[in-house]
Design a protein around this ligand. Structure first.
Ligand code: NDP
Length: 258
């Protein structure tokens, strides 16, 4: 084992990719990583949001690159990987966070709509893990792959069958890559956020009745914020998690145990 750094959470000089890093949970992850010293490559489709996000990270002193990428498109993931490597030379940690959900009745859901959700939420994680994992295996020296799952992987979700299936698939994918890449000292884990305030959940937050029901079930008695994901991002990207792999770590204020 190489000599551990003085501060096992220090990410100075490391490069982390965050897909969907221009807002919401992705920006929370990126902020934690930047505050710990990492350089960040933000991948997303909306260039203006990515530029604004990069500007907000500048205060932490590392470098931030923005890359336009739809993670459901294999050629775009390949191109984005090359663009990140051209700028930073290596990828130390990759966070496959980009994702979305839609409400649909499982008895009426069309196959195309089912596939559209899986294309970003599951294919996207697969494509990123493969591109980043190949790079890490080739360059040697270890690395970190992290996927953002959801507590929907656990619960019956009557109106989001495709979303739930994608997140269940993500967790299985994590275990597959964790076992395959262990020989290269690459740790692979999933994070399961609970109810977090983002653009995606804004309608649910605004729905007073729904929001009250949610908060009543959270021992922390509040919705999570993207910043609540900063710590887990740093841990999973850092030397501190060097013997932790194939796991799913839940960040939900206690929702699932209450
Ligand atoms: P937001 O809608 O706030 O952000 C989604 C992000 O993903 C944006 O940055 C968006 O950028 C990006 N994105 C979406 N589709 C693609 C795509 N095809 N290619 C590249 N980027 C894409 O959502 P959240 O922050 O809430 O969600 C982030 C992740 O966390 C998702 O995987 C979600 O399932 C998961 N999650 C969220 C929870 C919550 O309560 N908020 C709970 C549990 C899990 P752009 O549009 O510019 O491409």
């Amino acid at each position: 084992m190489s000599q551990p750094p003085k501060n096992p959470f220090d990410l100075t000089g490391k490069t982390a990719v965050v897909t969907g890093g221009n807002r919401g949970i992705g920006l929370g992850l990126a902020q934690g990583l930047a505050r710990a010293g990492a350089n960040i490559s933000l991948w997303a489709r909306d260039a203006a949001s990515s530029t604004a996000a990069a500007e907000s990270l500048a205060q932490y002193g590392g470098e931030t690159q923005t890359v336009r990428c739809d993670v459901s498109a294999p050629d775009q993931v390949e191109a984005a990987t090359l663009q990140t490597l051209e700028r930073f030379g290596r990828i130390d940690a990759g966070f496959a966070n980009a994702g979305f959900g839609e409400a649909a009745d499982p008895l009426k859901l069309e196959l195309d709509d089912f596939h559209r959700v899986l294309a970003t939420n599951l294919d996207g994680v697969f494509l990123c893990f493969q591109a980043w994992g190949r790079h890490m295996a080739k360059r040697e020296g270890g690395g970190k792959l992290i996927a953002i799952s959801s507590i929907s992987a656990l619960f019956g979700t009557p109106l989001q069958p495709h979303y739930a299936a994608s997140k269940g698939g993500v967790e299985a994918l994590v275990r597959a890559y964790a076992t395959r890449l262990a020989r290269y000292d690459v740790q692979v884990n999933a994070v399961q956020p609970g109810w977090i305030v983002t653009d995606a959940t804004a309608p649910a937050v605004a729905n007073e009745r729904f929001s009250e029901t949610v908060v009543r079930r959270i021992p922390a008695r509040r919705w999570g914020e993207p910043e609540d994901l900063e710590g887990i991002a740093v841990y999973l990207a850092s030397e501190a998690s060097r013997y932790h792999t194939g796991d799913t770590l839940r960040i939900d204020g206690g929702y699932t145990i209450f």
